[in-house]
Design a protein around this ligand. Structure first.
Ligand code: MG
Length: 203
């Protein structure tokens, strides 16, 4: 299983990061050791002083595919969930400034906490879906799929040109504006529409 993460897929987040809008999807990977199943607390690693949450819709790939045409991409997933793309922003920023890969700031152990369950896409309007993240009860991120620069189907078509997708792979589809730091004792709660999928304690 691999985790593929899309960067800068919401214009408002690209703006808050002072990053230009991409003309093609930007993606990076997290290894399977990044996955943190629901129910586990997240322990802030000691190598960062600026750990940021990024709440994202997560697509679970249901069958293997390569060079998937956009108009067939829907055949490759049935379920949508929620996850956090934890980012050691200080390490990532240092890598960016040196033109280096981001892995130490993005791909570390447990950097991809997952929601409790996935929702069937048939129960959702993917073209107009809202998700939110709350920190200590306060709304900090609101994402609307209408604001995605590249749709889920476009992302699958693009990524599968380079990397074979396999059953169980997870595609993190990018975060909207409102990213920010977490501290010990914080609680993150994530929702798709009104349904709670993520409840994470920071330790
Ligand atoms: Mg992200």
């Amino acid at each position: 299983m691999k985790i593929i993460c899309i960067g800068r897929n919401y214009a408002d987040h690209a703006k808050e990061m002072n990053a230009p809008l991409p003309s093609a999807p930007v993606f990076f990977m997290k290894p399977d050791t990044a996955m943190l199943p629901a129910g586990n607390p997240f322990y802030i690693p000691d190598f960062t002083n600026d750990l940021h949450y990024e709440c994202e819709l997560v697509v679970k790939i249901k069958k293997a595919g390569k060079h998937i045409p956009e108009n067939f991409a829907g055949d490759y997933y049935d379920e949508i969930g929620l996850g956090i793309d934890f980012t050691a922003r200080d390490l990532q920023t240092a890598c960016k400034e040196k033109g280096l890969p981001w892995e130490i700031g993005k791909a570390f152990d447990n950097s991809a906490p997952m929601g409790t369950h996935f929702l069937p896409k048939t129960a959702l309007n993917l073209a107009d879906l809202t998700f939110t993240l709350h920190k200590n009860g306060e709304l900090v991120q609101t994402g609307h799929t209408t604001n995605m620069i590249f749709s889920i189907d476009q992302l699958i078509a693009y990524v599968s040109q380079f990397i074979t997708l396999k059953t169980g792979d997870l595609l993190f589809t990018g975060t909207p504006a409102g990213v920010g730091p977490v501290a010990i004792g914080d609680r993150l709660e994530g929702f798709i529409a009104e349904e709670k999928l993520l409840d994470l304690q920071i330790k």
